[in-house]
Design a protein around this ligand. Sequence first.
Ligand code: NAD
Length: 311
Amino acid sequence: MLPAGQSVERAASGSKSQFQPGHKIPIQHLTKPGLEADMADPKPVIDQISTEDGGYQLYKAAGKLAGKRAIITGGDSGIGRATAVLFAMEGASSLIVHLPEEETDAKETKKKVEECGSQCHCLAVDLRKRENCKKVIETAVKTLGGIDILVNNAAFQHMLNDISELDEEQWLRTFDTNIHPFFYLSKYSLPHMQQGSTIINCASVNPYIGRGDLLDYTSTKGAIVAFTRALSNQQIKNGIRVNCVCPGPIWTPLIPSTMQTAAMEQFHAVPIGRPGQPSEVATCFVFLASQDSSYISGQCLHPNGGVMVNG
Ligand SMILES: NC(=O)c1ccc[n+]([C@@H]2O[C@H](COP(=O)([O-])OP(=O)(O)OC[C@H]3O[C@@H](n4cnc5c(N)ncnc54)[C@H](O)[C@@H]3O)[C@@H](O)[C@H]2O)c1
């Protein structure tokens, strides 16, 4: 493992520039689940943080997660990948869980984590099956030696404009992917956790704004917020904090693989005026996983480009 802070020196300030206000993402349609390797330029930003002048600098680590062991579902790409890499820069090892068809992306994340001096194990399973959720926990205990952090991040979405088009199978698939594994993985992880462990769930801005073209997805994300609050109230007596991150529009494979053209053209339409990058969400996961957030539980963070939300 590298000493804390070494990763800061790994690369000089990036030469790329941040999405500027009004920046439209490339219109591209990928087959689900979508690979980050196939995304058009500009590629998602993983380990760099936006500077005041619209550029990037490498994330500055400070050993905040030294020795911690994390499970990150959907850790192969997008927000999950950025979280695995920032966790590694902070000293944590991880087990990343992904779908079998995303192995190319998973290998790249593993490489990036290992470059930071941390372990990264990969497990290709479909989390809709309860027995696969059990396998995730068994694999984490075996390969990492325990579990300190559970990041429930995997999700499925498919845009449809009207409830008449949304068939019952899709409704069930979305709930089977987006909320049921959060329950299974939390239930099976908790016996391996101890005081100071954390569970962090990924929801979305959508339950706060009631997005109509993602009725099923938005409903599962509302369930995640409620699940976070209830599980926090239940587990805080054991010293285990449970929190939630609710991203707005973030440039990840989920977007070109699931969004219609018109929605992609409006992807920058938030008060900050540009899409967000995975690294800008991963910093929230680092904060909630570390002792920096020791007095915060049952709460949601909103890296959403400045959209006002209640609750
Ligand atoms: N990108 C955005 O604009 C945005 C906005 C709000 C919320 N989010 C949330 O962020 C989280 C991460 O998404 P992302 O944008 O980084 O996209 P992503 O496509 O990179 O990640 C989604 C991941 O979910 C995993 N997944 C999907 N179905 C699965 C299944 N059945 N079994 C196992 N794994 C499965 C895949 O491995 C995939 O990598 C999701 O919860 C998503 O809802 C994203």
